[in-house]
Design a protein around this ligand. Structure first.
Ligand code: MV4
Length: 452
């Protein structure tokens, strides 16, 4: 087992990883920017190294600085968390070159799944149903139009180097193809350094479900069931739950097996998530794979009792999975609300400031993952996520009630939060009936845009 792990992230996920390390008797190294000297993740670590100025590119994205910190402190492994360098195949390779174990999948699997056009082709060959679309990338607008006519409008033009909904354009007809391809291509080129595009049929108003998988270095791959992540606003997930009310145990077995096949197709190890769109008839279509721990992993932990971050560390240290697929049980219902320091009444505009008051309820089935406390400063340099509130209960209505009570009992002063929005969402009649699709936010609980 590792003696010392460097946590290459900040906020709630850094704290979450350090807690897992502590339980495994592993010493921790925090890295922090000049804006984070007094941050909770720094206080929680055994050692801490400043890695640069506040801007993310100068600190938490600064691979050289982070690797130096790992070498200097004698860390034998590094956990990247989510975002930042977590899905950078070159960074994973650089860690290994420095004899530091990257707690995540091998670089080749990150690269294979990181190119979203290639990922589609790879998993399709492995027998996983994918959204109808181009067999690989498209070279120009003419080719994109040809494919769009074949599969029928509307289509989505997506950036191969994107993912998570970045670099997407919806196209409804022939005329819109050329401008969309040109804009998406140059945007992708500057944002991801890769202007490659691919085309998919736009499957509107379906559920977005994702399957958590775990794979060890001995060749065992299991899945931990699905999460329903349909409730998003402009690429930002707001609420996730597990199980999805649309997934029966036989569908869970089939979609779970498809996720396992996708992982096996690239020689995947460690934790990962396979995203699908699910239609009302139970047909599912692969969209992409995320090769990192995800923000919403706690809902799966609450349901299965498995500590996914601990599993990541154990797998990276070379341990075989202790769990077999047949030993995974899904118990009750879990919901996560992502509390942002943002203004829910004004387009979710960031709301930086000092948190002058911070009280969070606790009790059975209530978990709060947070990287802040009273006195913390929320700056505009980083993600506005300040806490994840996760509530579990025996069934969905009870879990909703527990969430409502928990959010009502939260006291956050000094910054605006999305708690009022979340309470509105939790009270929505469609949500209560489980009628959620990717169009839920815009149709049922719209977020007022700034200036309207
Ligand atoms: C789609 C889609 C419909 N059709 N792809 C958004 C996040 C990214 N990981 C995948 N996403 C989607 N890809 C095709 N071909 C719908 C989504 C989607 C979504 C779209 C609009 C509004 C909310 C959404 C919530 C989840 C997924």
């Amino acid at each position: 087992m590792f003696d010392k792990v460097l946590v290459a992230n900040r906020g709630e996920i850094a704290c979450r990883i350090m807690q897992a390390c502590r339980e495994l008797h592993i010493a921790t190294v925090a890295v922090y920017s000049e804006a984070d000297r007094d941050a909770l993740h720094v206080r929680m670590a055994d050692e801490a190294v400043c890695i640069g100025p506040p801007a993310n590119v100068d600190s938490y994205l600064n691979a050289a600085s982070i690797l130096s910190a790992a070498v200097i402190t004698g860390a034998d492994a590094l956990h990247p968390g989510y975002g930042n360098l977590s899905e950078d195949a070159h960074f994973a390779e650089a860690c290994e070159a420095c004899k530091i174990t990257f707690i995540g999948p091998p670089a080749h699997a990150i690269a294979r799944m990181g190119n979203k056009a290639q990922a589609r082709a790879t998993v399709r060959e492995a027998g996983v149903p994918v959204v109808p679309g181009s067999s690989d990338g498209v070279r120009d607008a003419a080719e994109a139009r040809e494919i769009a006519r074949e599969i029928g409008y509307p289509v989505m033009i997506k950036a191969a180097g994107g993912g998570g909904g970045r670099g997407i354009r919806v196209v409804h007809n022939d005329e819109q193809i050329k401008p969309a391809v040109e804009a998406a291509g140059s945007e992708a080129k500057s944002a991801f350094g890769n202007g490659d595009l691919y085309v998919e049929k736009y499957l509107e108003d379906l559920r977005h479900v994702e399957v958590q998988i775990l794979a060890d270095e001995q060749g065992n791959v299991i899945h931990l069931g699905e999460r329903d992540c349909s409730i998003q606003h402009r690429r930002q997930k707001l609420l996730e739950e597990a199980p999805s009310i649309a997934v029966s145990s036989s569908l869970r077995r089939r979609i779970g097996e498809a996720a396992v096949r996708a992982a096996q197709a690239v020689g995947y190890t460690n934790a990962g998530t396979v995203e699908f769109l699910l239609d009302p008839k139970g047909r599912f279509y692969f969209i992409e794979m995320n090769t990192r721990i995800q923000v919403e992993h706690p809902v799966t932990e609450m349901l299965t009792g498995i500590d996914i971050v601990r599993e990541q560390i154990l797998i990276a240290a070379g341990n075989a999975l202790k769990h077999e697929q047949g030993g995974i049980w899904f118990n009750g219902h879990a919901i996560e609300c992502r509390i942002l320091a943002a203004d829910g009444e004004r387009g979710f505009q960031p709301s930086p400031g000092i948190i002058t008051g911070w009280e969070v309820p606790s009790g059975p089935g209530v978990r709060v993952d947070s990287g802040v406390c009273q006195g913390s400063e929320v700056t505009s340099h980083y993600d506005p996520l300040i806490a994840k509130v996760i509530c579990w209960d025996a069934n969905r209505p009870a879990a909703i009630e527990r969430m409502v009570a928990t959010l009502r009992g939260m006291r956050v002063e000094g910054v605006n939060t999305t708690i009022p929005y979340h309470l509105k969402l939790l009270g929505n009649a469609y949500f209560r009936r489980g009628e959620v699709t990717t169009q839920f936010v815009e149709r049922r609980v719209p977020i007022p845009e700034v200036g309207t």
